[in-house]
Write a protein that binds this ligand. Structure first.
Ligand code: PXP
Length: 247
């Protein structure tokens, strides 16, 4: 069984598009509520919920994270940058998992994998702090041998392979080569003792290929589920994705 982590960021994106200037993040006219979205996703079979508290707070707000921590029923995966402020936040929050992602203000969502090789000392400090606190660290990396090797050496128990390049190549001749890179990455990571997750750009069409990735533990999927839920509702969107992942 491959697990489904539902990323709720883009539900918050819709809320912020209208209610960014409001002090409140729920209740009254403020909608949609990403926490209610998460609860419905859980009720429909989501195995976990992911949310990304960005430095610029462009979608998820601090209050969303604390509310979900209190009332969510599945493991909470906090996506975050590797900064002292976010490390301190995570140590207070104590989520099940933190997923360390690169963050630059310009990008619309996370565009590339974390450069663990180039940020070795910062990542190491974060992994050690989380390990000591009993929080699982997952490093969001491209399927590059050097990044996989160092992730294992720094003591991170999990990685999330960045599937964006493969998803972008879906309609191009490069798709097979991108999938082969992911496949080799998943095999190498598993051999190095890492738990292997995958995410970014997965949708209802390409999930039929990514589910064949060896050793994959969990897929983290957001945009396509939020998009489909506009038409079908959250329950159908989550259940259909789960059945495509585990036919
Ligand atoms: N995994 C990570 C680390 C992400 O940053 C994101 C969002 O960019 C996702 C998964 C989900 O990607 P998508 O919204 O394209 O499904």
């Amino acid at each position: 069984m491959i697990l489904l982590g539902v990323n709720i960021d883009h539900c918050a994106t819709v809320r912020q598009a209208r209610y960014r200037s409001y002090a409140q993040t729920e209740g009254g006219p403020v909608e949609p509520d990403p926490v209610q979205f998460a609860l419905q996703a859980e009720a429909a079979g989501a195995d976990g919920i992911t949310l990304h508290l960005r430095e610029d707070r462009r979608h998820i707000q601090d209050h969303d994270v604390w509310r979900l921590r209190e009332i969510g029923r599945t493991p909470l995966n906090l996506e975050m940058a590797c900064t002292p402020a976010m490390i301190a936040f995570a140590l207070k929050l104590k989520p099940h998992t933190v997923c360390i992602v690169p963050e630059s203000r310009e990008e619309i969502s996370t565009e590339g994998g974390l450069d663990v090789v180039g940020n070795r000392d910062r990542v190491k400090a974060c992994v050690e702090a989380m390990n000591a606190a009993g929080i699982i660290t997952s490093l969001f990396i491209d399927p590059v041998p050097a990044q996989i090797e160092i992730s294992a050496r720094l003591g991170a128990p999990w990685i999330e392979l960045h599937t964006g390049a493969w998803a972008n190549a879906w309609h191009t001749p490069q798709r097979a080569a991108e999938f082969a890179r992911l496949r080799e990455g998943a095999l190498a990571a598993h051999d190095a003792g890492l738990v292997v997750n995958a995410g970014h750009g997965i949708n209802y069409a390409n999930v039929t290929e990514i589910r064949t990735l060896p050793h994959v533990h969990e897929l983290n999927i957001g945009h396509t589920i939020v998009s489909r839920a506009l038409f079908t509702g959250i329950v159908e969107a989550v259940q259909t994705m789960k059945s495509l992942m585990n036919p």
